[in-house]
Design a protein around this ligand. Structure first.
Ligand code: AMP
Length: 302
């Protein structure tokens, strides 16, 4: 198996308010968060890469520098002269955070438009990781291209992992979201949903219902996260539940699921049993939610 963990999706510029009334610029995105944590968790003989599309302007270059500085490979990234990266602004009102987005014309929306480049990128990966957001931002035609490319890579031996990360506002409509996510899950070795989303958008009554639905779609294994509640790991004929340790003093649950996925996959890909993989995952997510922000340096870098 190739020792390349390749995450695919959209990384955005983040503008976060500071105490001085200015904004601090950073970079974030669900799949990038998982790549970033995977780099912290995986041993040094694994590489972590990110596949996306960016512009050729200064801020796109700074994003690539940030990835490279985090030991994430960017060689395969598409670069487009006529687009730039997406941006979101965190707004604080009476202590509540809300988000304003400028991403509808982002370069990342064209990440699957060059199929030869995409095929080449995924062909070198041992593990391909993507999310519902990765496919939500693509045109219907590119979505098909993208899933076909993953199918080819999987047929050639890559493992594929997917977090449905259901965000209806990014999709044409809710029905398309449910259909596309179900189709994507069907070609995966691992589907890693958060029950809160599945309840809201598929109407699943319990996490076990979500697990069964994705197994029926064709997923080989499903790991359902559920905040402080039991994690369910299900595959054909087998089901295990794990209770994450309680976490006190929770500050910010941003990236709980993204970091959980990274630690789970890192342990699992390097030979860990499911039990060890879930405990590594819950341990990391438990640390991340005790700090503010998506990317929390709470592990030794390798
Ligand atoms: P979620 O995607 O919100 O279901 O959370 C992902 C993972 O983060 C969970 O499976 C837990 O391991 C951890 N987590 C999230 N929220 C909590 C919480 N309130 N208490 C303990 N662990 C949590």
């Amino acid at each position: 198996m190739s020792k390349l963990f390749l995450a695919i999706g959209e990384c955005m510029v983040e503008m976060a308010p500071t105490a001085e009334g200015t904004y601090a610029m950073g970079f974030a995105g669900d799949t990038l968060n998982t790549a970033w944590y995977a780099r912290k968790c995986l041993p040094g003989d694994w590489s972590v890469g990110y596949y996306t599309a960016v512009g050729t302007d200064k801020v796109s270059g700074e994003m690539l520098d940030f990835l490279k500085g985090s030991n994430i490979e960017t060689d395969a990234v598409r670069k487009l002269d006529d687009r730039t990266v997406g941006l979101y602004l965190i707004q604080l009102k009476d202590g509540e955070r809300s988000f304003a987005y400028w991403r509808s014309q982002s370069a990342a929306r064209l990440l699957a438009a060059d199929v030869a480049r995409l095929d080449e990128a995924v062909s070198s990966a041992g593990l391909i990781y993507f999310s519902g957001i990765t496919i939500a931002i693509l045109s219907p035609e590119d979505r098909k291209t993208f899933l076909s490319s993953l199918r080819r890579a999987r047929d050639a031996g890559a493992k594929v992992a997917f977090d449905p990360n259901l965000r209806p506002r990014l999709w044409e409509d809710a029905e398309t979201m449910r259909k596309s996510v179900t189709e994507a899950a069907g070609l995966c070795d691992l589907v890693m949903p958060s029950f809160e989303d599945e309840l809201a958008h598929f109407g699943d009554e319990t996490p076990a219902v979500s697990a069964d639905r994705y197994l029926a779609a064709g997923a080989k294994m499903v790991v359902v996260k559920n905040g402080p509640e039991d994690v369910i790991c299900a595959s054909a004929g087998e089901r295990q539940t794990f209770q994450p340790d309680p976490v006190r003093d929770i500050v910010d649950t941003t990236a709980a699921g993204d970091s959980f996925n990274a630690a789970f996959l890192s342990e699992y890909l390097t030979g860990g049993e499911i039990t060890a993989s879930v405990s590594a995952a819950a341990r990391l997510a438990g640390k991340v939610i005790r700090h503010r922000g998506a990317l929390v340096d709470c592990l030794q870098s390798r």
